[in-house]
Structure formats: C-alpha cells, structure tokens
Design a protein around this ligand. Structure first.
Ligand code: NAD
Length: 402
C-alpha cells in the first residue's frame, strides 16, 4: 500500500498525542501527517512547528493543507488524506464524524463521541454507514487496548468471579485547565477556547472524562447498557467566571436489567480531595480492582491475588490496531461501543442534573439538542453569563435535562 496520509482535526494536547501515536504505530512506518485543522491559527502554527521538528521525515503540511476556522474539518476532508484523527472538542464530533464517513476516510474519533442524544444518534447512524462501507473506525477508549484491562475482563466474562453482583467506578481528580476570557473575544470564541466548561462542547466531565470508566462498567457487563439511572451532583466549590456551567461532582447509580446489577459511579473535579481513576467489580466468587493508570488485582475465593502491572499504553496500541487494519485491509469498528458508552454517560448527567430517575429509552429518544442554532464567531452559543460573568448551572428538581 502507498504511504498512508493522515489528517488531524483538533490540534490540542490529545490531537498532538494521537498524531504522534499514529506516526509511531507498530504496523507501518510508511505514514505521514499531511493536513491539519483547528478552529484557531495559533494551534495550527504550534502543531506545524512541533511535528516539523519532532517527525521531519513524516511531516508534510504545506500552507494549503493547514485549515483554520469553524469549517476547518469540512475543508480538511476535501483533501486526499486516507485517515482522519478527530480530536476536537466533543460537541463538534458527531457532525465531523458524519462528514468524515461521507468522505470515505478511515477514522480515529476521540471519546466521547457526542454530548447529547441527537449527537449520539447522528454518530451511530453514520457509524452504520461506515460499517457498510468497511471504513475502519476506532473510538479512543484506550483502556480497551491495555493488557491489564482486556486480559482480566476476558476472564471475568468467562466466569472467574462468578456472576457480577455490583460495580463501582471512579474518576475523581482536581481541577483541569481553564482558558480565561480575553479582551475582544466574542462569546462564541470564549466558549470554544474554554470548551471544557460548556455542555454543548464537553457534555460536562461525567461525559468528557468519566466516560472511560463508564465504558469499563458496560464492558464488565459484556457490553450491555444500563436501563435506568438516578443520581445527584452539583457545583459546590468550582464556581466562577472561568468555570462555565458544569458541575464539579456527580454520583450516579446505574441499574442493569441483567440480575438487577447496580453500577455505582462517582466523578469529581475538586482540588485537595481524594483521587481515583479506577473500576471495581464484585462477583459471587471474587472481585477485581482496576486502576486506570496503574495495577489491576484479581481476587478469587481467597486464593493468591493475580496482579497485572500497566504494560503498553493503550493510546499507542489502539493506533497499532487502527493502522494494522488500514494497511492489511481488515475490518475494524468499535463505534457502537463508543456510542453506548457516551449515551450511558449522558444518561448519568440527565439523572444528576434533573434529580430524577431517567430511563435508558428516554435518553435514547431525547430531543434536547445542545448545539448552537448557528455556528459562527459572532453567533449566540446558548449559555449566557450574568452581570458578574457567572453562568447558571443545572438545578436538580427543576432542570429539564432530557
Ligand atoms: N483518550 C484520552 O485519554 C483522552 C485524553 C485527553 C483528551 N481526550 C479527548 O480528546 C479531545 C480533545 O481534548 P484535548 O485535551 O486535546 O483538548 P485541547 O483543548 O487541548 O484541544 C482541543 C483542540 O481543538 C481545537 N478546536 C476547537 N474547536 C474546534 C473545531 N470546531 N474544529 C477543530 N478544532 C477545534 C482547539 O483549538 C484545540 O486546539 C476531547 O474529546 C477529549 O475528551 C481523550
């Protein structure tokens, strides 16, 4: 096969990491980064500099293949790249993914795949087309590609801990970055720069970050999804003009139809508190503790625990699988798993925002569309700050969250 040409959409931290992983993939070194796209010129400029410096032999991004603006993905998809890496803020992903499927490219799509139910439906419908066209699709659930996760989870599916009784999952951490408002920015530019804190862009951290553990919960259950969720959450500490409208903590009980199994989920972004990025399953014969970045310990009926240390990074091995599939003409598509994980996370947010029990079927059908009516630098993105620059957040018991 000729050199595989890569296009990158969203040139931030993960986009640069994904492009680096793509260039270093284990299946073939005959790959080049040939086109990049970002909403902002500074991100594009920094990325051209970085890759020309770090990977000079695998980088060929002339000016005419550098795309800037809110239509940058559309423009990049008109080039002859073979594979596109979608690493922009999640709110844009379903539309970009559907356009990428239409253009016939193979696709790496970071998680989450959407931030609301209409976005998930758009993604899943496009993914059905991608499957029919045999386009390779990889959604970035990197834990699925780490041996410390896939080996013991296969053993759990084969019954080593018996029937699962309940699960606990955590993504508890401190604050992430903020990008405070700068003079002269329109409201749209401010929100897209500071995207983490607006639901139409990130889906809140239960969707943007905790989706990793939520995916593992569904994976423990052989890729079933919960049938309902209830939960609570709020914005207790992280309040201010730079923190938009998202909560700083969520706690959800997910209910699975299978044996009425419960999955208890906690995610928090508050400084100075206990932290965890982990998943735990308890069965009739044993239990497992899985650390996202660390060690996995399987305990069965009092026997010596079996331990897995973290091996190869899943961000790399997922790219190895993707490029192997493209090079060898194999079929690979984990889009449906990505769609289910994202909708499960959105179901959790619907529960914490509303304070009500939310059914899976209602989440599937929800028409609550968070995307702005018009996408332009001077258009109204939706959320509005008060006179002190603070954005309102959801109020459990009052907010209509689906
Ligand atoms: N799998 C993982 O472990 C992992 C880790 C970090 C982030 N992520 C995911 O990667 C994605 C990006 O996160 P990040 O940490 O790189 O954020 P980031 O803010 O560092 O980068 C996002 C980039 O997208 C650009 N952008 C904004 N709007 C755009 C648009 N419409 N089209 C193209 N580009 C646009 C921004 O200017 C920025 O350069 C998110 O979906 C996030 O959830 C995944």
């Amino acid at each position: 096969m000729a050199t595989i040409k890569i296009g990158l959409v969203g040139c931030g931290g993960r986009g640069r990491g994904a492009a680096h992983n793509a260039l270093q993939n284990a299946a073939t070194k005959d790959v080049k980064l040939v086109a990049i796209a970002d909403a902002f010129q500074d991100s594009v400029d920094g990325t051209v500099r970085l890759f020309s410096d770090k990977h000079p032999d695998q980088t060929d991004i002339p000016n005419e293949r550098q795309f800037v603006g809110l239509d940058c993905c559309e423009k990049l998809l008109k080039t002859d790249v073979d594979v596109v890496l979608l690493c922009e803020p999640p709110g844009f992903r379903p539309r970009d993914f559907a356009a990428a499927v239409d253009s016939g490219k193979h696709i790496f799509a970071e998680k989450p795949v959407a931030v609301d139910s209409p976005g998930v439906r758009l993604f899943l419908n496009a993914n059905a087309e991608a499957k029919a066209n045999k386009q390779v699709v990889m959604v970035g659930h990197h834990l699925r590609f780490e041996k410390k996760h896939y080996e013991p989870i296969k053993m759990i599916h084969d019954g080593i801990i018996g029937d699962i009784l309940h699960m606990r999952i955590f993504f508890d951490t401190g604050y992430l970055w903020t990008r405070p408002r700068r003079e002269g920015q329109t409201e749209m530019e401010h929100q897209i720069r500071n995207w983490y804190y607006f639901n139409w862009l990130s889906g809140d951290h239960i969707v943007e970050q905790h989706v990793h553990d939520i995916d593992v919960m569904n994976w423990f259950m052989k890729d079933l999804h919960p049938i309902e969720a209830n939960g609570m959450g709020g914005r207790q500490v992280r309040i201010g003009r730079d923190f938009g409208e998202i909560f700083d903590h969520h706690s959800v009980e997910y209910v699975f139809e299978e044996r009425d199994v419960r999955g208890y989920s906690d995610c928090r972004q508050i400084n100075g508190c206990w932290g965890a990025f982990s998943e735990h399953a308890y069965g009739t014969k044993g239990y497992i503790n899985m650390d996202g970045h660390g060690t996995v310990v399987l305990n069965v009926n009092g026997k010596s625990p079996q331990v897995w240390k973290r091996d190869a990074d899943g961000h790399q091995t997922e790219m190895d699988v993707l490029f192997d599939a493209i090079k060898e003409g194999k079929e690979f598509n984990n889009g449906d798993i990505g769609g289910t994980a994202t909708l499960t996370a959105i179901l959790g947010r619907m529960a914490t925002y509303s304070g009500k029990v939310v059914k899976w079927d209602d989440a599937v059908k929800s028409e609550l569309d968070l995307f702005p009516k018009t996408l332009a630098w001077d258009a109204d993105p939706g959320p509005k700050p008060n006179d002190k620059g603070i954005y309102p957040c959801a109020v459990p018991g009052v907010t209509k969250a689906w």
